[in-house]
Design a protein around this ligand. Structure first.
Ligand SMILES: Cc1cc2nc3c(=O)[nH]c(=O)nc-3n(C[C@H](O)[C@H](O)[C@H](O)COP(=O)(O)OP(=O)(O)OC[C@H]3O[C@@H](n4cnc5c(N)ncnc54)[C@H](O)[C@@H]3O)c2cc1C
Length: 568
């Protein structure tokens, strides 16, 4: 069968005919279009396609079918085609129909559909095609069949190959991994001239990097510039949502802006497979995609990026804040926005730490989920991120178990997620339970876990994937003592700075200003932060406004009263 398959089902022949005509007109060259006039027919087709090994990219279903609703049909799609996107077809008039609205809400809340699609109303209908092409883009990115994919070829899933995949993931650079002795790996290696040391990176241009350093990889993949000892109006430390937002606003307001990140772009958000609560994305957005778009936005506005290098020191000298970089010396800044977020707590079980990357993962399952198809997977954590990870994994794994130390799921998770987790067929929740051991049974990949319940009873369970989402801490220990922090290391700002914070000026600190004048904190690294993408983004933009105010009022810090207006 040529190309992946698009399936549509509707009982009304005219409506189905209109959908078929639009799909054939735009997608027939690359996809096979199959239309069915009943729920049973559509399900039989989907099972047959699975048996034939065909890939289904998208299923569209009208809601009002006899015997079974469209949402119910779509709810079964992932049993046989776990990667397919699922759109509920509704008529333009459906907007005003409470029953249709309820059907959409219910199907979304229970994860039966990815979104709704307005039926074509005449041809060409760009609204319909925008919905379809968005689905296909998401599908191709998740399947790693989008063009310009970087290939990582390694000897094993763990070790350096895993670290390189992680670098690419954190830079939101699409990539695919394969083992060197797999048919795909052998195929790629056969096309190369000469011997190459593994792990290998094969770029879309055909260029090959043998076991590159992180910064070589970032530079070769197009992410990052060398900041060269320059001076900037604003240096932003961290390219998570807070830092990217500050970069967009800083660059757009004419500040000469540099963003430094020890990893890539997106911070923690890149480990979120679907952010459902970020304004303006009604069908949700993956953290990686959001980061990619924000990075592009900041870049076209003129922000500079230095990725894969850490900021290792900060001091106020000669009217500027001096920012020391791990690989490229020092840059000066009139103001610094500290947006370094937070990082995960470790589980503290040595045998599991050894399997990091080989079945054990800190953070969300964005890049690993489809490698775990049909397997037993565990997620540890009781917050929203753990719930989202469990639901995402449930689309691929045979069974997902959410291990929660608390005695109730509602203690740390939003109500909408609790409902989704509890109603997911292949997600089990084990409350009052901890992971206390595990191992690879000599196979180099996680094979079992040891769980301990509240009574101290231990149980050995089979497990091929473990995702740890057990809280975070800021990594601020390297900051100079004059930057005041709370007992857990989060930066104190504005009104939270007490009398003993060492604030040196007559004026009061601004809202997000730390005890070092001109150094602002935004996002998760800040004491009292909400720890959400939207709040980090909001704080990034507020920090820029505060920098503006300081520059305008010439009140950056004592030694720079003569600071000029920002260069633009
Ligand atoms: C799996 C998961 C799912 C989530 N889901 C949601 C959701 O659905 N909705 C929602 O609103 N929020 C969600 N969150 C929370 C959200 O991602 C965070 O609140 C947000 O990313 C915080 O942004 P930030 O910019 O403050 O920090 P981060 O995202 O943590 O970014 C900090 C950046 O700073 C860099 N850095 C740190 N130290 C240094 C240094 N010394 N030098 C250079 N760079 C440094 C790091 O590499 C990192 O890139 C989720 C989080 C996770 C982990």
């Amino acid at each position: 069968m040529p190309g992946p398959v698009l399936v549509a089902v509707d009982e009304d022949a005219d409506l189905l005919g209109a959908v078929e005509a639009e799909l054939l007109d735009r997608y027939a060259r690359d996809y096979t279009v199959i239309c069915e006039s009943s729920a049973e027919g559509a399900l039989a087709t989907l099972y047959k396609l699975q048996a034939d090994g065909a890939e289904v990219a998208l299923v569209l279903a009208g809601q009002w079918l006899s015997g079974m609703t469209g949402a119910e049909v779509l709810g079964r799609v992932h049993n046989v085609h776990p990667h397919a996107k699922r759109g509920l077809l509704i008529s333009w008039g459906g907007w005003g129909d409470p029953a249709t609205g309820e059907a959409i809400f219910d199907a979304m809340a229970h994860g039966r559909i990815d979104y709704y699609v307005l039926r074509p109303s005449g041809s060409p209908d760009e609204v319909f095609h925008q919905a379809v092409s968005s689905f296909l883009l998401e599908w191709s990115q998740a399947q790693r069949v989008a063009p310009h994919t970087i290939h990582v070829v390694g000897e094993s899933w763990s070790g350096r190959a895993y670290e390189l995949r992680d670098v690419l993931e954190r830079c939101a650079i699409p990539h695919a991994f394969c083992l060197a002795d797999s048919p795909k790996g052998q195929g790629l290696l056969e096309k190369l001239d000469g011997e190459h040391k593994l792990p290998l990176i094969i770029l879309p241009t055909g260029a090959v990097l043998s076991d590159p350093s992180d910064s070589e990889l970032a530079a070769a993949a197009g992410a990052g510039v060398d900041p060269q000892h320059g001076e900037y109006d604003v240096v932003i430390v961290g390219a998570g949502p807070a830092g990217l937002s500050a970069a967009v606003y800083g660059a757009s307001e004419g500040f000469d802006t540099l963003v430094v990140d020890e990893g890539g772009i997106g911070g923690q958000a890149t480990s979120s497979s679907l952010i459902r609560n970020y304004l303006g994305f009604p069908r949700g957005v993956s953290g990686g995609r959001l980061a990619e778009q924000a990075y592009e936005q900041a870049w076209v506005l003129g922000a500079k990026f230095a990725l894969m290098q850490s900021v290792v020191g900060l001091e106020r000298r000669d009217g500027l804040i001096r920012v020391r970089l791990s690989e490229h010396g020092e840059v000066g800044a009139r103001a610094v926005i500290f947006a370094t977020g937070a990082s995960y707590r470790r589980i503290g079980v040595p045998e599991l730490e050894e399997l990091n990357g080989a079945g054990v993962f800190y953070g969300g399952p964005a890049s690993e989920a489809h490698g775990l198809a049909g397997l037993e997977v565990y997620v540890v954590g009781g917050a929203n991120s753990a719930g989202q990870a469990a639901l995402h994994l449930a689309r691929f794994a045979r069974q997902v178990t959410l291990v929660v130390r608390a005695q109730s799921l509602g203690a740390g998770m939003s109500h909408y997620l609790t409902r989704q987790v509890e109603s997911a067929q292949n997600v089990e929740v084990r409350l009052g339970t901890e992971v206390v051991g595990g191992g690879d049974d000599g196979e180099g990949w996680l094979r079992h876990l040891v769980l301990r319940d509240a009574s101290g009873q231990e149980e050995r369970v089979r497990a091929e994937g473990l995702f740890l989402m057990i809280g975070a801490r800021p990594r601020t220990e390297w900051l100079p003592p004059e930057v005041a922090r709370d007992s857990r290391g989060y930066l104190l700002t504005g009104p939270d700075l007490g009398d003993d914070s060492g604030w040196p000026l007559d004026r009061s600190p601004y809202l997000l200003e730390t005890s070092m004048p001109g150094l602002f904190a935004a996002g998760d690294a800040r004491h009292g932060a909400i720890k959400r993408v939207a709040s980090a983004v909001g704080e990034g933009s507020i920090a820029i406004q505060l920098v503006h105010r300081l520059v305008a009022e010439n009140r950056l810090h004592p030694a720079s009263a003569q600071a000029a207006a920002p260069q633009g």
